[in-house]
Design a protein around this ligand. Structure first.
Ligand code: KG4
Ligand code: ZN
Length: 336
């Protein structure tokens, strides 16, 4: 069995992991950057600097915790897009330097794809075909997986992402950042029918998403209410916003899976941590005998274990990167 040392630095989490090629996690260290909280969002330059500060030390600790050394590592994996370009470059430069000095293969992966492969860590028996819904801070995509390396995007957001909508709504309500987990916990006791919000692109044969109109509707509603009303009905408003965001995710994913005659749906990305999305997707899919998989909460967030997980099929197929490879921040429509 081989060992993969992996890095994730696409946004504001520095993460270093070591996995064996059976998807077993030896170590998965994540250093989130609370320094951004004061700014209500991620500051790209600050993120890059913190990745630089953390990555070497975290690698040393990861090797110690896994009770291994660099000479036992068989490949180096790193995410190279999409993401903040400066942040990606820190991880890639470090990974390249290690690969070159150890004379071991470098494997580059797409960050969104790695979110999907996080499911393989928790469900090692999982096999395609399946339909994957990737929902993160910047992306909302439906991906049809025929095999581990043959897949196609069959739906995507036409404008804003689901995670972004959670974050924007929480900001407008003065609840902090990131908004998803806050709205999730606030909304769990609320009445999801309290605010009537739009359901974009409802046509049965449309598998794309759109969140810009919903974002505007949320903003218009919040601006029209008194601070007392917003305070008194916080849980109901959070529940209504959450329901409006997850409704198209659930209906379109299940409809597409049925159209493809697939019996398996995967959810991935930060928004896959949403408790209502997990429960409702499962409840509705069950009616059609479709099984729903999602990663454990820790693996929904950005982490390097998922990067290694996405690198494993590439390692087995010998799909290695040239050391001249560059990072890029192209929005995720093209998965690698
Ligand atoms: O995948 P991720 O960690 O980073 C990106 O690659 O973007 O996703 C972050 C997004 C944020 O928008 C955050 O608000 C959302 O995931 N998120 C959630 C929950 N936990 C994180 N959204 C809804 N419910 C949650 N429990
Ligand atoms: Zn992510």
């Amino acid at each position: 069995m081989s060992l993969i040392l992996s890095f994730e630095s696409s946004c504001d989490d520095t993460s270093v992991a070591i996995l064996n090629t059976d998807y077993e996690v030896l170590v998965n260290l994540i250093s989130s950057q609370p320094e951004h909280l004061a700014f209500g969002g991620v500051l790209p330059e600050l993120a890059s600097r913190l990745h630089m500060k953390n990555i070497m030390h975290m690698t040393q600790i990861a090797l110690q915790k896994a009770d291994t050394s660099l000479s036992d590592i068989d490949a180096i994996a790193v995410s190279i897009n999409p993401g903040l370009i400066g942040s990606l470059i820190v991880g890639l430069a470090f990974a390249k330097a290690l690969a070159w000095s150890l004379q071991k293969p470098l494997i580059t992966v797409n960050h969104l794809l790695s979110h999907i492969f996080a499911n393989y860590i928790d469900h090692p028996d999982l096999k395609p075909p399946f339909l994957a819904l990737v929902v993160s801070g910047g992306h909302t995509e439906l991906v049809d997986f025929q095999t581990d390396t043959k897949f196609e995007i069959v739906g995507k957001t036409l404008d804003d992402a689901a995670g972004e909508t959670f974050d924007k709504a929480a900001k407008l309500l003065g609840l902090g950042f990131p908004g998803g987990p806050i709205i999730d916990s606030l909304g769990s006791g609320g009445d999801a029918k309290f605010v009537d919000l739009p359901n974009p692109l409802p046509q049965k044969d449309n598998y794309n998403f759109s969140y810009s109109g919903l974002k505007t509707a949320i903003r218009t509603y919040i601006m029209a209410q008194s601070p007392e009303h917003l305070q008194e009905h916080q849980a109901d408003i959070a529940a209504s916003i959450q329901a409006a965001i997850i409704r198209p995710l659930i209906s379109k994913t299940i409809r597409k899976a049925r159209q493809l005659h697939y019996q398996q749906i995967l959810i991935a990305g930060g928004v896959a941590a949403n408790s209502a999305l997990r429960v409702e997707m499962q409840r509705q899919a069950e009616q059609y005998d479709i099984k729903v998989y999602f990663p454990s909460l820790k693996l929904c967030m950005d982490n390097a274990a998922m990067v290694a997980a996405a690198a494993i099929p590439k390692f087995k197929a010998g799909l290695f990167a040239d050391l001249a490879v560059n990072a890029n921040s192209i929005k995720g429509t093209k998965l690698l």
